[in-house]
Design a protein around this ligand. Structure first.
Ligand code: NAD
Length: 475
């Protein structure tokens, strides 16, 4: 039922023969699901060579024909959704319905980019002299090296793969070694759709060794990474040495501002459901809750009720609404956050401890009365912990919301159009959801500012990220 884990280089699936590797663990049980082969240095060189060759083929394939293959791949993802979703839940832990939604969205992303690739228009700028044609064209950047994390095993790879392919680039992707199976299944869909050899290559290994081999290569012209801020800074520095184009989608610490004029209970229901999605292991997860004083107790009560109603367990079982954390590192991080909160006088409204003695489960947790300089209010939790604090005025909450070095996502709830406009403008972040949590769609730009990174994935910006602008002056 799990995936047959392999590397994919130059159109061939390669197994573990003679290669080093590692076991993949089911976080709900702690049991081994399969063994993942690591790419050797020779494999990485073969992937670079294949991608260079694949780029020549793919950039000379018309956008129309590229779109046909991509749409076929999207159809295969939809046809195989049940198997891919089950692979994802087993290796990552999120509940089946969330895996299914991720897989279906991944297919939509491929379709969006397939079509948008056909609209990568240039323009003609009037010349200063009669007879001079000034032509602006968009060209594919070249070979892409992409690195994706474990929290969204198909969504993070597909944004990079589909963006690169639609632009006419070839790509080498190193997906997460902790959740490789769903990405293997995704890549199979592209291979089975008839993508030429070398255009898409999938490798695994020791992350630092793979990135330090691929990024400095003269063959690679673009680097795209989703993951933590420290690793993002390291990879951006490596890319800078070769002056390579970079997209960095890093961590955040998303504030939620609930104004007293909003329906506090409705806001609590909406944002709590969003908070506990994938057990909080989402870069745009709401992570700091500021509620205006008059609504504070009502919001806390309803939010806590929601958290208490979640049912923890293996995400493949019916009725389960919250899966395990993806790895033991997250459990340790949750325990450190709760200990710090308690030491600073925080009150645990619910949760606060590990759950069960099998797998990596942590109870959905709500903390109140916590100072702004505590760990949970300043470090991205990436887990099922929600700190809720009161605020008095608009200016005060904007200052507190903008006080951290992150700027990925933010949310606000209000019934006043004036406040809605003002908060959307005042928050420093790449995305703001006002009375809405729908900030990630294939058609819209997704990305952060400040230490949360730069560049967008999704929308027309996501395609431009894989294209160079060239100016031709023709007399
Ligand atoms: P980490 O910093 O060890 O790794 C983050 C990701 O980067 C992993 O997928 C890892 O495989 C990869 N990575 C690590 N070193 C690398 C290297 N030298 N070259 C290429 N890839 C490398 O952290 P972690 O324990 O896996 O996750 C913890 C933190 O990472 C979270 O708290 C969160 O802040 C962040 N994170 C963010 C996202 C996101 O969607 N932006 C996803 C996963 C993790």
């Amino acid at each position: 039922m799990y995936s047959d884990l392999k590397l994919f280089i130059d159109g061939k699936w390669l197994n573990g023969e003679g290669r080093k590797g590692e076991d993949v663990i089911n976080p709900a049980t702690g049991k081994v699901l399969g063994h993942l082969p690591h790419a050797s240095k020779a494999d990485l060189d073969a992937a670079l060579e294949a991608a260079q060759k694949g780029f020549q083929v793919w950039k000379n394939t018309s956008a129309y024909d590229r779109a046909k293959i991509m749409r076929k791949a999207a159809d295969l993802v939809r046809e195989r959704f049940d198997h891919i979703s089950k692979v994802m839940t087993q290796e990552q832990g999120k509940v089946y319905v969330e895996s299914r939604a991720e897989v279906m969205t991944s297919a939509d992303i491929i379709d969006w980019y397939a079509e948008e690739g056909r609209r990568s228009y240039g323009r003609i700028v009037p010349g200063r002299t009669k007879g001079v044609r000034q032509i602006v064209v968009q060209e594919p950047v070249g070979v892409v090296a992409a690195f994706t994390p474990w929290n969204f095993p198909t969504l993070t790879p597909v944004r990079k793969i589909a963006g690169a392919l639609a632009a006419g680039c070839s790509i080498i992707i190193k997906a997460s070694e902790e959740t490789p199976g769903a990405c293997v299944e995704l890549v199979k869909c592209f291979a089975d759709a008839g993508l030429p050899a070398g255009v898409l290559n999938l490798v695994f290994g020791v992350p630092a060794q793979v990135s330090e081999h691929l990024i400095p290569s003269a063959i690679v012209r673009k680097v795209s990474f989703t993951g933590s801020i420290p690793v993002g800074k390291h990879l951006a520095a490596l890319a800078a040495k070769g002056m390579k184009r970079v997209t960095m989608e890093l961590g955040g610490h998303s504030p939620v501002v609930v104004f007293a004029d909003a329906d506090a209970e409705k806001a609590a229901d909406t944002i709590a459901a969003f908070k506990y999605r994938n057990a909080g292991q989402v870069c745009i997860s709401p992570t700091r809750f500021y509620v205006q004083e008059a609504s504070y107790s009502k919001f806390v009560a309803r939010f806590t009720e929601y958290a208490k109603g979640l049912k923890l367990g293996d995400g493949l079982e019916k009725g389960i609404t919250l899966g395990p954390l993806a790895n033991p590192r997250r459990l340790d991080a949750m325990e450190a956050i709760v200990n710090d909160a308690k030491a600073r006088g925080g009150k645990i409204a619910t949760g606060g401890t590990r759950h069960g003695n099998q797998g990596y489960f942590f109870e959905p947790t709500v903390i109140t009365d916590i100072p702004d300089d505590s760990k949970i209010m300043t470090e991205e939790p990436f887990g099922p912990i929600a700190p809720i604090v009161p605020f008095k005025t608009f200016d005060e909450v904007v200052e507190r919301a903008n006080s951290l070095p992150f700027g990925l996502a933010a949310y606000a709830f209000t019934t006043s159009a004036t406040t809605a406009n003002a908060i959307g403008d005042a928050i420093n972040s790449g995305m703001v959801g006002v009375n809405s949590v729908a900030i990630s769609t294939p058609e819209t730009p997704f990305g952060g500012i400040k230490e949360s990174g730069y560049g967008s994935e999704g929308g027309i910006e996501g395609l431009q990220a894989y294209m160079n602008t060239k100016f031709i002056s023709q007399a």
